[in-house]
Structures are given as structure tokens and as C-alpha cells.
Ligand binder design. Structure first.
Ligand SMILES: *[C@@H]1O[C@H](CO)[C@@H](O)[C@H](O)[C@H]1NC(C)=O
Ligand SMILES: *[C@@H]1O[C@H](CO)[C@@H](O)[C@H](O)[C@H]1NC(C)=O
Ligand SMILES: *[C@@H]1O[C@H](CO)[C@@H](O)[C@H](O)[C@H]1NC(C)=O
Ligand SMILES: *[C@@H]1O[C@H](CO)[C@@H](O)[C@H](O)[C@H]1NC(C)=O
Length: 311
């Protein structure tokens, strides 16, 4: 090959590599079914390509789709009661604030308490791992629904979330009260966040699944939301898996009565609204989530570097 030809060939491969590594492997559709505005925040995991957006506004009834690269890991949540301080021009939220001072979260996570949706796409065994977590507390109901017609190809590819209004049933010593709203409860802390004790935080001597057990507080969360993580070692009943490549619908306030029937309907998705008589079996396998997070190290940068090295 002539030098110019091989150079052209090289750049062609480079372009293909870029296209392949930035492939839009999946999409998240976020829908705000709440009767109030929600500002979603998105945090990409370490070593994962950031998304095109890290935070935006969703008015009541609005939806927005976000393209997700393959092998992405990260978390997303809903911020509530947000406003911009006119004198300082900084944006902040009463719940789920990411501290950036802007609508974009710019690589910062949620201040607890906040309901979190956690994802590791294309993790161990080429599967997607996802869950809804109350380990950092709760601020609003959330449903994660895979839009999958390939559920039979393995895993437990089914909707998860927390549909209950935990703000209403939150124990008074865990409640976050909005000061200027006549005592309205806007979020519910985890016992770890409220009391900082190792037995609630699964830290120190309680840093493994044999010693850290559900508490009376975490059980309030688990009873209300059986599919959501209620404490750190709640993996067995709270981690869900789908074949890589499916899309996800994330709905805030899924059981709002104004909701349309369809894939993001919690009852259609098999999640009972009030009385859950589902029994989850299987041994507690602590640390599964922590492990799946580590599978997120494959980045587009790495595949690009591999192409450079071949030449
Ligand atoms: C999943 O990750 C593996 C490497 O771990 C990669 O070879 C494969 O192309 C990825 N699949 C998708 C759909 O991105
Ligand atoms: C706006 O920020 C200033 C300075 O931090 C603070 O004193 C003031 O109370 C804030 N205003 C509102 C409405 O929160
Ligand atoms: C879903 O499947 C994964 C992998 O087999 C398993 O670890 C997890 O416990 C299962 N989750 C539920 C809720 O059954
Ligand atoms: C939930 O439903 C089951 C079976 O239908 C019933 O036995 C149980 O009492 C119900 N629990 C509550 C809290 O209503």
C-alpha cells in the first residue's frame, strides 16, 4: 500500500473505531408522572464515558430520552423543590441536590436522602445489572422498566422500583421536613444517614453480609418496596439483570392515577401497588453490586488506544 493509502486506511479505521465505541447501545426514557417538577440528575461511574447530559428539568407529564453508550455504568435520581437564588444565581434543590449550583450535575452525585436508580450495562457475563436503591434514603417513587422482548434469554429482566410514598410513612426521626411548607415531609433518611451507626451503615465490624443485618428501619423500606435495596447487603432480592442492549424506561411517580396504561404501568409490570405478597427466595449474596460496578472499566478510550497500538 502507498503511504497515503495506508494513512487513509488508518483514518478510516479510526472513524470506525470511534463509531463503534460511541455506539448508542441503549436509551433511557425518563418520564415525570409526578404532579410537580422533577430535575433528574445523572452520575456516570468511574472510568465510564459521561453522557450528553448530567441534569435537566422535567415538568409534570414531560418525557426525555437519553442515549446511553454500551458498557455504561452510573446512577440517576430525581431532584425536587429546586430553585435559582436570584441574588447568587445558584441553582439548588431541597432533595437530591448535586451541589453543582447549576441544573447540570457536572460529575457530582446526589446528596442523601434520594431514591437512586443504579445501572451497570454490559457487566459480568454480558448482562445489564440494575436496581433501585433506598440505601441512601428516599425522596420520590421511581420505577425502572426494561423494554425487553428478550426476557426469556436469561436473567430476571423485569421492572423494579419503589412505588410507595415513603414520605408519608417515614418514621418521624428519619423525616426531612420542608421548613416553609407547614411541616410537609419531602424525603426519608436512611438509618445510616440519620444515626451514623456502623450496624446501620454496614461499616467497621458490620462491614460484611454475615454481621450487617436488616434493621427495624430498613425493614420499613423493604416492606413498602420489596424490590428496592433497603440496606447495603440486600442484593439477592434487589438486583435485576437483562441481556445487554435493552432500553429502559425510568418513571418518577409511576402510580400517579393520571398515568396511562402501558409498559411503564407498575401493575402491568407486575409490581403490586399496595399489598405485596411476593416471596423472594435465595441466599443473601453480599457485595454483588459492588462487584458489578467494577465491570464498568471498559471504556471507548481503551478500544481507541488498542487501535493506536496496532499501528
Ligand atoms: C460488552 O463488553 C464486551 C467486553 O467486555 C465487548 O466485547 C462487547 O462488544 C460489549 N457488548 C456491547 C453490546 O457493547
Ligand atoms: C440566596 O443566597 C444568599 C447568599 O447565600 C442567602 O443569604 C439568601 O438567603 C438566599 N436566598 C434564598 C431565597 O434562599
Ligand atoms: C437476579 O439475577 C441475579 C443473577 O442471577 C441474582 O444475583 C439476583 O439475586 C436476582 N434477583 C432477584 C430479585 O431475584
Ligand atoms: C396481603 O395479601 C395477602 C394474600 O392476599 C394477605 O394474606 C395479607 O393479609 C395481605 N397483607 C396486608 C398487609 O394487607
Amino acid at each position: 500500500m502507498a503511504k497515503s493509502q495506508s494513512l487513509t486506511f488508518f483514518f478510516l479505521l479510526l472513524v470506525i473505531s470511534f463509531l463503534a465505541s460511541g455506539a448508542k447501545a441503549a436509551s433511557f426514557t425518563l418520564t415525570n408522572n409526578c404532579g410537580y417538577t422533577v430535575w433528574p440528575g445523572i452520575l456516570s461511574g468511574a472510568g465510564t464515558a459521561p453522557l450528553s447530559t448530567t441534569g435537566f428539568v422535567l415538568n409534570s407529564g414531560q418525557s426525555r430520552s437519553v442515549d446511553i453508550p454500551s458498557s455504561w455504568s452510573g446512577r440517576l435520581w430525581g431532584r425536587t423543590y429546586c430553585s435559582t437564588n436570584q441574588s447568587t444565581s445558584t441553582f439548588s434543590c431541597v432533595t437530591g441536590d448535586c451541589g453543582s449550583g447549576k441544573i447540570d450535575c457536572s460529575g457530582s452525585g446526589a446528596t442523601p436522602p434520594a431514591t437512586l436508580a443504579e445501572f451497570t450495562l454490559n457487566g459480568s457475563g454480558g448482562m445489564d445489572f440494575f436496581d433501585v436503591s433506598l440505601v441512601d434514603g428516599y425522596n420520590l417513587p421511581m420505577l425502572v422498566s426494561p423494554t425487553s422482548s428478550t426476557a426469556s434469554s436469561g436473567g430476571n429482566c423485569t421492572a423494579t422500583g419503589c412505588l410507595a410514598d415513603l414520605n408519608g410513612i417515614c418514621p418521624s426521626n428519619l423525616k426531612v421536613i420542608l421548613s416553609d411548607s407547614g411541616g410537609q415531609s419531602v424525603a426519608c433518611k436512611s438509618a445510616c444517614d440519620a444515626f451514623g451507626k456502623p450496624e446501620f451503615c454496614c461499616s467497621g465490624a458490620y462491614g460484611n453480609p454475615n454481621t450487617c443485618k436488616p434493621s427495624s428501619y430498613s425493614q420499613i423500606f423493604k416492606n413498602a418496596c420489596p424490590r428496592a435495596y433497603s440496606y447495603a447487603y440486600d442484593d439477592a432480592t434487589s438486583t435485576f439483570t437483562c441481556p445487554t442492549g435493552v432500553n429502559y424506561i425510568i418513571t418518577f411517580c409511576p402510580s400517579n392515577p393520571g398515568q396511562k396504561a402501558g409498559e411503564n404501568n407498575p401493575q402491568a409490570a407486575g409490581i403490586p401497588l399496595i399489598n405485596d405478597s411476593m416471596v423472594f427466595l435465595g441466599p443473601a449474596s453480599g457485595g454483588t453490586l459492588a462487584k458489578t460496578w467494577r465491570f464498568a472499566a471498559v471504556t471507548s478510550a481503551a478500544s481507541l488506544a488498542a487501535f493506536w497500538l496496532q499501528f
